[in-house]
Structures are given as structure tokens and as C-alpha cells.
Design a protein around this ligand. Structure first.
Ligand code: ADP
Ligand code: MG
Length: 396
């Protein structure tokens, strides 16, 4: 791999600046889901074990360069200390005299948490002076926040250019999972792209068509492709103005030898509501007054056949309106099949995206997937083939 890990760095007695994502959901000053805190534990423990002093740089919310007391990181001191079973000190700033004093006073075996980096106007501007100040507070920089790596900020990119840098354990896991899915995948590799709209996933589709062997298109965006091929999709969610674009993508797929899989049948209803009366029809037979809310059983078995002969599946976007039953059936069935094949050691499965992760959890399939990225925007930009500045800055 093209980046250093903690194993490549001399950490003993070193001040290690660690960029983490602890942007956890909070209610009344209490953490309601500590997943993000749990995920940085291996990195912090490994640094402590190697004799390093972890100094945490992190953002919380969108304070836009101003000091917003409700977005302080102070309430996270206790939850982090409990998770890593070590003392956590807090500094109410992340630069200047207070930050220098806190770093100087940090005892071995303890962690220092700085206040929200986004309280600094220079953070999101990737201000050189701020990056310089961060760099002076550490000897080594470790980025463990893949989910923030698509932004070139002072704490994700600027500082990485100024210190010996490496990926933390979570970043390492994320990068190697993503590499194994799209960088140098075991083939055949299948991408499943669903969700509501083609317009939000154009870059994604163009990139995948060049990299994968089969592209399964599902969800609302499949309607745009069906309509572009002359099929009447009734009242379905459909971006008719993107018909030309959909045809271009289909033509490009032929050129690159990527097989495009569109739904053959669909579950349709007259209203978008839980347990709305529904029927299964061939995609060419969608009634004028109905809308497609899920892929039908024939489409699902087609997808399962593709999974059977695949080695790698990368997935973003549900196949239907999974939030409301029974329109979660196709997503559930495909997710379960992918999970079973993964458990049997026959398939590598990588998925990401806010709604996708929710859908896979709902299907009870997430546990068995090889890797589920919780990185949201960064995962999508990576799937789109874009360079993530926070990752590029770590290149050894
Ligand atoms: P992600 O957040 O994983 O990137 P998206 O936000 O692109 O996924 O898509 C998820 C949304 O797509 C869900 O809210 C789902 O209800 C919607 N969706 C999927 N299929 C359809 C459909 N046929 N009609 C309307 N909405 C759909
Ligand atoms: Mg979404």
C-alpha cells in the first residue's frame, strides 16, 4: 500500500497528533451512539502501547469558524476515557498558548483532546498558518478519520504535509477494504447502485462502468434508465430530463464491456405508504397511474445469479423504497444472499452510504458483509474515483 501505518513510525516518547472522527450523535449533552468512539480505540491503544502521546484533533458539527458552546468536544472526554480505559485531558483550544501548555503537561499514558478544530476559521480553509501551528504541537501525524478525508482542511491535509504522517488503524482498515473492492479486486466484480436519483450519482456510474464487470442498477434511478430505453414508467420517480445521459452511460457500458443489469419486473403501488396495496408487473407493463417502488422477484433472482458467479460486490443505494414494507423485499433478499455468500467465504462484500448502511442493518445482513463503510461522503467520492486529499497527503 502507498501509505505508512502506525507500524512504520517511531512513536516512543513522541507527541502524536491524531485526526479522528468523533462527530457522534448527542442528545442533551449525552452520546446516543458511541460507534465512532469505539472505532478509534485500536489506534489510541496502539499509540499508548508504543509509548506515544496521542493528541486528538477533531471537529464536531458545523460551527463555521466560530466558537459555538453547544458544539464543544468537552462532553466527549468521559466517553473516550471509558472506551480506551485511560485518562483523557481536555484543552479548551486547539492552538496557541493554551494548546502548547496542555501538550507540555500531558503525562505519559494519557490522551489529550483539543477543542473542536472547526471553531477556527482557518480549519476549513486549510489555512497554512493554522496547519503550521498544529504541526508544532506534534512530532508525528496520524490520520484515522477516513470520513473527513474528502475535505482538504488544516487538520486533515495541511498538517499532514508538515509532519511524518501515517494512517491510523481505522483508516488502514477502510483503505484496504476499498482497495480490495475497486483498486485491485478479485473478479468478476459487481457493483450495485440504487437509491433515488441518477442526478446525484452520475460520477459514480461513470467511474464504475470503467472498473466493474457487472453494474446492477436499482431503486428509483433504474426508472430513469428504463424510461430512456422507451419503457413507460407511469407515475414512478423518474428524471426524464436525464434520458440522454442515461443512454450515454448505457452506450459507454457497451464500449467498456461492462454488463448493465436493469430490473425486468417491478413491485408497483398507487401510493407511497406502508403496506399500500401493490402488485408485481413486468417493467414494460407498469400501469399509467402506478409507481415502481421495488424490484420484482424475477429481477432479484437475476441479481442473485450474478452474485453467485461474482468474487466481489460493491454496493451503494437500496433497490427499492426500503423504509416502507413491503417495498424492502428486493433489498432484503439481495442483501441476505450477499451476506450468505460472504459468510461462506465465496464473496467479498463492501458497502457504504447513509441509507445503504441503514438498509443492510434492517435486512440483518450488515454483520456478515466484509466491510461496511460509515464514511458517507468520503466513501462516495472514493467510489467516484476521486482523489481524497486527506489520503493523498499520507502517501509515503
Ligand atoms: P445512500 O444514502 O445509501 O447513498 P440514496 O440516498 O441514494 O442512498 O438512496 C436512498 C433512497 O432511495 C431511499 O430513501 C429510498 O426510499 C429511495 N428509493 C429507492 N428506490 C426508490 C423508488 N423506486 N422510488 C422512490 N424512492 C426510492
Ligand atoms: Mg441517502
Amino acid at each position: 500500500m502507498g501509505w505508512n501505518t502506525l507500524d512504520d513510525m517511531d512513536l516512543n516518547g513522541k507527541r502524536v497528533l491524531v485526526r479522528v472522527d468523533i462527530n457522534v450523535p448527542m442528545e442533551d449533552g449525552r452520546v446516543t451512539d458511541d460507534t465512532r468512539i469505539q472505532r478509534i480505540v485500536p489506534t489510541l491503544k496502539d499509540i499508548l502501547k508504543a509509548g506515544g502521546k496521542p493528541i486528538l484533533l477533531a471537529h464536531f458539527g458545523r460551527p463555521k469558524g466560530k466558537h459555538v458552546p453547544e458544539m464543544s468536544l468537552r462532553p466527549l472526554v468521559e466517553p473516550i476515557a471509558a472506551a480506551i480505559e485511560a485518562p483523557v485531558m481536555f484543552c479548551a483550544d486547539c492552538r496557541g498558548d493554551a494548546a502548547r501548555a496542555a501538550v507540555g503537561a500531558l503525562p505519559e499514558g494519557s490522551v489529550l483532546l483539543f477543542e473542536n478544530t472547526r471553531f477556527q476559521p482557518g480549519e476549513e480553509k486549510n489555512d497554512a498558518e493554522l496547519a503550521e501551528e498544529f504541526a508544532e504541537l506534534g512530532d508525528v501525524y496520524c490520520n484515522d478519520a477516513f470520513s473527513a478525508a474528502h475535505r482538504a482542511h488544516a487538520s486533515t491535509e495541511g498538517v499532514a504535509q508538515l509532519l511524518p504522517s501515517c494512517a491510523g488503524r481505522l483508516m488502514e482498515a477502510e483503505l484496504s477494504a476499498l482497495e480490495s473492492a475497486l483498486g485491485d479486486p478479485e473478479r468478476p466484480v459487481v457493483a450495485v447502485v440504487g437509491g433515488a436519483k441518477v442526478s446525484t450519482k452520475l460520477d459514480l456510474l461513470s467511474n464504475l462502468i470503467e472498473k466493474v464487470d457487472v453494474l446492477v442498477i436499482g431503486g428509483g434511478m433504474a426508472n430513469t434508465f428504463l424510461a430512456a430505453s422507451g419503457i413507460d414508467v407511469g407515475k414512478s420517480l423518474c428524471e426524464h430530463d436525464l434520458a440522454d445521459t442515461a443512454r450515454e452511460i448505457a452506450a459507454k457500458a457497451v464500449q467498456t464491456g461492462c454488463e448493465l443489469l436493469l430490473p425486468r419486473d417491478a413491485v408497483v403501488a398507487r401510493e407511497f405508504a406502508e403496506n399500500a396495496p401493490s402488485e408485481t408487473v413486468k417493467t414494460e407493463d407498469v400501469p399509467d397511474d402506478a409507481m415502481i417502488l421495488d424490484a420484482g422477484p424475477d429481477s432479484v433472482s437475476h441479481i442473485l445469479q450474478v452474485f453467485e458467479r461474482a468474487k466481489t460486490v460493491i454496493w451503494n443505494g437500496p433497490l427499492g423504497a426500503f423504509e416502507i414494507a413491503p417495498f424492502d423485499a428486493a433489498t432484503n433478499a439481495a442483501a441476505k444472499a450477499a451476506a450468505d455468500l460472504t459468510r461462506a467465504g465465496k464473496l467479498i462484500t463492501v458497502a457504504g452510504g447513509g441509507d445503504t448502511v441503514a438498509a443492510l442493518n434492517k435486512a440483518g445482513a450488515a454483520e456478515d458483509f466484509t466491510y461496511i463503510s460509515t464514511a458517507g461522503g468520503a466513501f462516495l467520492e472514493w467510489m467516484e474515483g476521486k482523489t481524497l486529499p486527506g489520503v493523498a497527503a499520507l502517501k509515503a
